[in-house]
Write a protein that binds this ligand. Structure first.
Ligand code: ARG
Length: 446
């Protein structure tokens, strides 16, 4: 007989049990620390509204805190006959404290419990990813500053277009990450709201103090409407995975450029041997597998918001078991994204830059617009200058006579990296990680 919170005295079908639980036991392990913290907040509130005795609270909180430590240290298990993390926590408390353990579910449902766990989990994972993305941002800006005077050709249609620089190229990806983190901040705001108290999706007759649990858990505010709070399941996963897909798009494109620019035909970047992998048949090969895998992993993250959408498709309002399947679609994005951010930072710090790219005559024509502008400055109308330069290209006599001088904001000679860095700092401050950390430490008794 399985340990079911909803046990009503009849025994359930083992096959149905196995199918409905699926892989939830493994996936729920990630939620365990948050389920426990949520329970501490919930029972602290139950005590304050008179639904729990002071002595019970004094017994429950230390037990929950030690369970929390076990969950953080990897010692928390969901037993084979226990349905999910929510059931395991209650069972564990009941084993350790007897009937007192059975009191923690007052005014709560697994529906708002799982919503809460997911918000807390996503919030913690977002913080981790943001710090990694900010570190990659700094790596990229450092490279941009270091190589700001090293020119490379810029391309349109993958045809040589105009002079660019490593300063612009590295800096572009840094600025892209800064924008992505702005989107991530919106996702953070979404998960930084408290669904607890919405119960099964329709509130409770218990006089819950939802503002109190909001404060205790370090949330900014609550998802007020109980029906709406339940509707955030799926919506949250879509919004958060969309924010991850923005970072994935930036990092994947960087990896793509890394593959291209390190090929012999470009030769702009050199990956030291240690950063490459070999071939089993071609003795000379040194391949950029790191960038290729990053590209593939990032592309998979791009698909996640769509996959979430397909699971939640056209569900009516209210809870459905379909929502459980979201975990297996949603959870992998965090480790994958974090690994990609780490390894790309490592590769960027390790790669070598070719400082003589533009000495190659094949890039000479990238200066055609410079020459047109030089003529314009000397008084020739633009279209005439364009034609004059086109004719010199046609007859093979084209030479660029001037000096490359780009001064406007965001150009080769004026990268504005400091202003982009200031923008990022402002976004980072907006997250308010400290407030969240101290709320969690308070609940955990640390
Ligand atoms: N494992 C379930 C889920 O992820 C927990 C909520 C169960 N609620 C219910 N009404 N059966 O959705």
């Amino acid at each position: 007989m399985a340990n079911k919170l909803w046990d009503k005295g009849y025994s359930e079908d083992a096959r149905i049990d196995a199918f409905t639980v699926g892989n939830d036991r493994e996936l729920d392990l990630a939620l365990a620390p948050y389920d426990i913290l949520g329970t501490i907040a919930h029972i602290t509130m139950l005590r304050s509204v008179g639904l729990l005795q002071e002595e019970d609270l004094h017994l429950l909180v230390p037990e929950l805190r030690s369970l929390y430590r076990e969950a953080i240290d990897g010692g928390f298990v969901i037993e084979p006959d226990v349905e999910d993390v929510h059931s395991q926590v209650e069972l564990e408390l009941t084993r350790r404290l007897g009937d007192i353990g059975k009191k923690v579910h007052t005014g709560r449902s697994r529906n708002d419990q799982v919503l809460l766990d997911l918000n807390l989990y996503a919030r913690a994972r977002i913080e981790k990813t943001v710090l990694k993305a900010a570190s990659l941002f700094r790596t990229l800006q450092d490279a941009s500053e270091k190589y700001k005077d090293v020119l490379i050709p810029g391309y349109t249609h993958l045809q040589v277009a105009m002079p660019s620089s490593f300063g612009l190229w590295f800096g572009a990806y840094a600025e892209s990450l800064a924008s992505d983190l702005g989107v991530m901040k919106a996702a953070w705001d979404f998960v930084n709201r408290n669904p607890l108290g919405s119960a099964a999706g329709y509130g409770s007759s218990a006089p819950l103090d939802r503002e109190m649990t909001t404060r205790l858990l370090g949330f900014d505010t609550l998802d007020y409407n109980s029906v709406y709070a339940q509707m955030t399941r799926g919506k949250m996963e879509r919004i958060v995975s969309f924010a991850y897909s923005c970072i994935a798009e930036t990092v994947g494109k960087l990896a793509c450029d890394g593959c291209l620019f390190s090929s012999q035909n470009f030769g702009f970047l050199h990956l030291p041997d240690a950063l490459t992998t070999g071939s089993s048949i071609m003795p000379h090969k040194k391949n950029p597998d790191v960038f290729e895998l990053v590209r593939a992993h990032c592309n998979r993250i791009l698909a996640v918001p769509g996959s979430v959408r397909l699971v939640t498709g056209n569900l009516p309002s209210g809870y459905f078991r379909d929502l459980q399947v979201l975990k297996e679609v949603f959870f992998p994005i965090f480790d994958v994204m974090d690994d990609c951010l780490d390894i790309v930072g490592y590769a960027v710090r390790g790669m070598e830059v070719n400082t003589c790219v533009m000495e190659d005559p094949r890039y000479k024509l990238s200066f055609s617009v410079e020459e047109v502008n030089r003529l314009v400055e000397s008084g020739v109308p633009f279209r005439d200058a364009y034609r004059q330069v086109a004719a010199s290209i046609q007859d093979g006599s084209f030479e660029f006579h001037g000096k490359l001088e780009h001064t406007h904001e965001g150009s080769i000679g004026n990268l504005c990296n400091d202003r982009v860095a200031a923008r990022l700092e402002k976004v980072l401050e907006g997250f308010g990680f400290d407030k969240v950390r101290s709320a969690i430490a308070g609940l955990a008794g640390e």
